[in-house]
Design a protein around this ligand. Structure first.
Ligand SMILES: [Zn+2]
Ligand SMILES: [Zn+2]
Length: 439
């Protein structure tokens, strides 16, 4: 039977899935004290990247399992629906049979009350017969007491033929009258008896009909209880499957929470790197020593997102896009001469993404150049950085290529200007458009 085969298959699937479900969670994010070196911090950021990637991988696996379990669930649901439809049909049939039984019961009780009425009438007639017979006997007894023992005696004791005839007439009139009454009553009784027999016949037929319907109702109920128990089995499977799916979903949710906290930790590490940068970079008013230049060397670039508030947070730079940005061939150049303070190619996620891969706090592959007097420039989301830490670069020198690494929904350069005035352990963001002019 198809249903049984399906249920067996499904059961084995559920068991397989249940065995393969284990809680996957990387070890938690632990905030650390100020790390000794930038390299150590970067290593921790990389480690978090790996854990985030593994978590994302596991979420994808969970999604696949959820998809497959969901399609089993919807197949199962259609089985459940089919069984429910059968069940509904049985309930409808049983309802109809119950209605017919109720109608028959009504007819039976109607017949019963007709019988009761009929029996009462019959009893009344019998009573009347008995009264009539008693009256007749009384009259005869009265005749006897007055000397007229019987019809014959009455007749024999007549003293004349006229008297005899008169007496004969009297006696036969009395007897005829009573006999007529009794015979009429007897006729009526036999009519009532015929009615009684008819009613009994009718009742018997109704009872037989009812028994027949009761037995088909019992059959339907047997069939229904089979369906009910097969539905119970399906419901059980369904609930196992749903539990399995919600287990996967909650595992994915925990992983997602882990990723969020890991990214927060990466951001904290980035803040440490910036704090270190604040300690190791030049300090000053941030005024450039000469004109700074537009960091995208290819013509046809444009600002796709400005500095300041964005998406409920702060955008610390400007986004510069180019039509060929996706080909990793748009050159990014130093806006002014300086010394490379940071250069990282730690992000391997050079593609469009709706969420943050977290690499370098979202900068992806980037570099930072210290221009002196506390002025720093940042170049983020590059396909790759081609400079190295400590290297002196001239204004307009190639530092990397436009890409889509880090938190980037499309290829662009994220360009920041920061100033370290030496007053705090931080490098404060400035609007780059106060420093460079779009060509
Ligand atoms: Zn990345
Ligand atoms: Zn940006």
């Amino acid at each position: 039977m198809r249903t049984n085969t399906f249920v067996r298959k499904l059961l084995s699937l559920v068991l397989t899935l249940a065995i393969s479900l284990f809680v996957f969670l990387p070890s938690g994010v632990t905030p650390t004290a100020f790390a000794a070196s930038k390299a150590e911090i970067e290593q921790k950021i990389d480690e978090l990247d790996n854990k985030i990637e593994a978590s994302q991988e596991k979420i994808k696996e969970n999604d696949k399992k959820i998809d497959s379990a969901s399609s089993s669930a919807s197949e199962l649901q259609s089985q459940v629906n089919a069984v429910q439809a059968q069940l509904d049909a049985y309930n409808q049939k049983i309802d109809l049979l119950n209605q017919r039984i109720a109608a028959l019961n009504a007819e039976i009780s109607k017949t019963e009350s007709e019988k009761v009425k009929n029996e009462a009438k019959m009893a009344e007639q019998k009573e009347t017969i008995s009264i009539t017979q008693q009256a007749l006997a009384q009259r005869l007894r009265a005749m006897y007491i007055s000397g007229n023992v019987s019809n014959l005696v009455i007749l024999l004791e007549a003293d004349s033929f006229t008297n005899f005839l008169n007496r004969l007439e009297l006696v036969s009139r009395i007897a005829r009258h009573d006999n007529d009454i009794i015979s009429t009553l007897r006729d009526e009784i036999s009519e009532y008896e015929a009615i009684e027999a008819k009613l009994e016949e009718q009742e018997k037929r109704l009872e037989e009909d009812k028994a027949g319907i009761e037995s088909s109702k019992a059959q339907e109920q047997d069939a229904k209880s089979e369906i009910v128990s097969s539905k119970k089995v399906l419901d059980q499977k369904m609930s196992t499957l749903n539990n399995y799916i919600s287990g996967l979903e909650s595992n994915s949710k925990e992983l997602q929470n882990y990723i969020t906290s890991a990214r927060q930790q990466q951001q904290a590490y980035m803040n440490q790197i910036n704090a270190q940068l604040a300690q190791s970079s030049s300090t000053g008013t941030g005024t450039p020593s000469g004109d700074m230049i537009w960091p995208v060397a290819a013509s046809g670039s444009y600002i796709s997102s400005g500095y300041g508030s964005r998406w409920g947070t702060t955008h610390y730079g400007i986004d510069i896009t180019h039509a060929n940005g996706g080909s990793n061939s748009v050159p990014i150049v130093a806006s002014a001469s300086g010394v490379v303070k940071i250069s990282s190619n730690a992000c391997s996620h050079n593609y469009r993404k709706e969420s943050n891969c977290g690499c370098n706090g979202g900068y992806g592959n980037y570099c930072v150049i210290d221009h002196g007097n506390g002025l720093l420039s940042y170049y983020g989301h590059m396909a790759r950085s081609v400079v190295s830490v400590g290297q002196h670069v001239e204004q307009g020198q190639l530092v990397g290529y436009m890409g889509c690494t880090g938190y980037s929904t499309g290829p662009h350069l994220h360009f920041e200007i920061r100033v370290n005035d030496g007053s705090s352990r931080s490098v404060a963001a400035r609007n780059p458009l106060n420093y460079v002019r779009q060509p």
